[in-house]
Design a protein around this ligand. Structure first.
Ligand SMILES: [Cu+2]
Length: 110
């Protein structure tokens, strides 16, 4: 049983390494900019490619987040920029944990 679990872990680790290498190969340093304006993500809907960077700029004196339910979360402090590197499974809806009416949508293409 333990050995089986270990093997599964090793398999998962190998898979993750392969995925990381694939993403690295496909990365093309593109950056997609989203600005937080008046409690909204602008633009609210973006289309991105695997390996690109999404960069949120928060010009306001409130902290915001880009939160994917059951997934990742990026904290965007006041006056700061925060980033997330796009992975293949990032076709998601996201919102701000502090202001749930702030909503955005990411579509991964290609
Ligand atoms: Cu917010």
């Amino acid at each position: 049983m333990t050995a089986l679990l270990l093997n599964r872990r090793q398999l998962l680790a190998a898979g993750a390494a392969t995925l990381a290498a694939t993403q690295l190969a496909r990365a093309h340093n593109g950056t997609v900019h989203v600005v937080i304006e008046k409690l909204a993500f602008v633009p609210a809907t973006i289309t991105v490619k695997v390996g690109e960077t999404i960069e949120w700029t928060n010009k306001y004196p409130f902290a915001h987040t880009a939160t994917v339910k059951g997934g990742w979360e990026v904290m965007i402090p006041p006056g700061k920029v925060a980033t997330h590197i796009v992975t293949a499974d990032d076709t998601v809806d996201y919102y701000c944990r502090f202001h749930p009416n702030m909503k955005g949508k990411i579509t991964v293409s290609g």
